[in-house]
Write a protein that binds this ligand. Structure first.
Ligand SMILES: [Fe+2]
Ligand SMILES: [Fe+2]
Length: 296
């Protein structure tokens, strides 16, 4: 028990030493309530590194079907790839970038890939169920396992113990036994430290136990996206279960519509890895180019 108490203290200390998340993330998440903020305004508050990453993604294979030229300025990128896509890139690259400096995150690529996949499926489900902020759904999916990232990066010995122990008692019980906190609880501490909205904090904290109090709709979207991208539920069973939980999909849809949505999700999942790779391999030279200065 003593061991857990010390470990909990050091986890909290570690969380409080994380780099701060760029304020632009909070601005994007608040945009559903502030539609007057536009893409150009957003581009002005991007730091140089983030702007370079947005440009890299705009030039990457992720948008390869739509962009076939060299994009060198942010306004140009915004026009070419669209405002919604830019917001998605901002959320993703800000999140990656914030933790990237802390340690070599390529070593935990499966976790990042899972986060991106969950973000994309969450956004698509949010669209199906008319959730008011697709950005919030995307970001909640992206960040739901942030606690796992922290444990993998900063507590590798305990992570190894958890890997062994979870075979017998399951992941959450193993985390509780070895660390004193589950990855959902660690993630909620990060969300609190980064001053994320209460809704997102709650979604992270309860993405496994489903004990949502404030926003069950977003909670269910993230919970089922998480199960789907892990292959623990198929697409039609997921929609059926959501229907049974009070979230019916649009009545006008037939099975061919559902197949089309499933196909689009599959395509988006393939693109996700390409985007991940392009943001993670940004060269020093690209970071030194100032795309913001080129706009002026
Ligand atoms: Fe999780
Ligand atoms: Fe997950």
């Amino acid at each position: 028990m003593r061991k857990s108490k010390n470990l909990i203290d050091s986890i909290i200390q570690q969380v409080e030493h994380l780099p701060t998340i760029p304020p632009i993330v909070i601005r994007v998440l608040a945009m559903a309530e502030s539609p007057h903020i536009n893409a150009v305004e957003l581009s002005r508050v991007m730091d140089q590194s983030l702007a370079a990453k947005v440009l890299r993604v705009a030039n990457s294979a992720y948008y390869g079907g739509r962009v076939c030229r060299n994009v060198t300025s942010l306004p140009h990128a915004i026009v070419l790839i669209g405002f919604d896509a830019v917001k998605e890139i901002i959320l993703t690259t800000s999140f990656f970038h914030t933790l990237h400096d802390a340690q070599d995150i390529l070593s935990i690529q499966p976790l990042w890939k899972h986060s991106l996949e969950c973000a994309l499926v969450s956004k698509r489900l949010a669209w199906i169920y008319r959730y008011p902020s697709l950005d919030e759904a995307y970001f909640s999916g992206l960040i739901h396992d942030i606690g796992k990232l922290i444990i993998h990066q900063y507590f590798p010995d305990q992570q190894q113990e958890i890997e062994n122990r979870k075979k017998t008692i399951g992941t959450l019980e193993a985390e509780k036994e070895i660390l004193g906190l589950t990855h959902a609880e660690v993630g909620a501490k990060v969300a609190n430290y980064w001053h994320f909205p209460e809704t997102i904090l709650e979604v992270i904290l309860h993405h496994h136990d489903q004990k949502w109090q404030q926003n069950a709709k977003l909670g269910k979207i993230i919970h089922f996206s998480d199960l789907f991208v892990q292959g623990r539920i198929d697409f039609s069973s997921m929609l059926k279960t959501l229907s049974e939980e009070g979230m019916p999909y649009p009545a006008i849809w037939d099975s061919s519509d559902l197949q089309e949505v499933e196909r689009i999700i599959g395509e988006e999942l393939n693109k996700a890895l390409s985007m991940f790779k392009s943001t993670m391999t940004l060269t020093r030279q690209e970071l030194l180019v100032n795309p913001i200065a080129q706009n002026q």
